[in-house]
Ligand binder design. Sequence first.
Ligand code: NAD
Length: 340
Amino acid sequence: MDKIIKKVAVIGCGRISVMHFDGIFSVPNVKLVACCDIKKDRADYYAKEYGINAYYDYKEMFEKEQLDAVHICLPHYLHTVVAEYAFSKGVNVLSEKPMSIDYESAEHAVQTAKENNVLYGVIFQCRYNNAPKLVKEAVSSGKLGKIISCRSILTWSRSDDYYSSSDWKGTWDKEGGGVIIDQAIHSIDLVNWIVDSPVKKLECSIANHGHSKVNVEDSAEGYIVYENGTTYGFYAMNNYGCDEPIEIKMYCENGKVTFGYDDAYIVYNDGTTEEAHQATDLKEVAGGKDYWGFQHAKQISEFYKALFNEKPLEISGKECLKTHKLICDLYKKGKEKYKN
Ligand SMILES: NC(=O)c1ccc[n+]([C@@H]2O[C@H](COP(=O)([O-])OP(=O)(O)OC[C@H]3O[C@@H](n4cnc5c(N)ncnc54)[C@H](O)[C@@H]3O)[C@@H](O)[C@H]2O)c1
């Protein structure tokens, strides 16, 4: 039997939206029908490019279009506001990370999606890279044994221009923070996903060392103790001169792991090794950034497999609450001593 076409729209036509448009076009039986942005020129541009309807008010779009799903590519503080609106209309949501800028609204959105029997996915595309996937499998299968400790380092560059070209980035009330919630969230998520244990206690320090025009943190270090005994230390800064590859290390009972978004190397205590690398056939998306990686299309395709009832949704809002809680708790701790 032919599948019923799913009609979808993208809300927020800024930088990341190209990855969503591209992903939507690669899924069979999914039709992009509309896009929405309060900046008229942005919505008009994509509407013309793709022959779809442009809206400048998302509520009007929900009224006029019969939508099955929306992709939320908005400033962080609007993610759950718009997701809740979509859920109330019975529309499925794939939201960009982070879920929200606080824990309570994210938890509430998960509950509302459940009550309305709709899907709520959150983008953590790096989980689909070959390197983290290999490490996740080696840990889940028990091959690596218990993870004793992990550490991650992120040194990226987000210039003053990056912040001044945005009306929401670099603000506590709209972005919800700086380097943790925007950049390091992916590496913190990878570790949290692989360790897969509740957090027992944590420490975090945040600072703004190099960005005089914004007052969110550009540097952070934290230490997390999980209930299973694993410890995790991280360092992140976005006032480095370039975007270096992220580095994650895990010291495990049966071996040592070094990995990032692209490559993973495992050396087991018995001398055997395993490695994984970024696939070579991944296509670049015009307007995409290297540091976003190539897996948006994969996650979007998985979201629609779940919508077509072919398999359960892997990276659901409920699943992502674990990392979201950690991010929010790191900020709570970090803000205790932060003055800016
Ligand atoms: N997964 C990743 O690797 C990745 C990478 C980059 C950005 N992101 C995420 O994508 C989201 C968007 O980031 P961006 O860099 O594209 O930001 P952006 O500022 O370029 O785009 C956001 C867009 O939303 C529009 N907007 C604001 N309020 C609106 C409203 N009420 N209705 C409709 N449109 C509205 C803005 O006009 C803007 O065009 C953020 O959550 C960000 O963290 C994720």
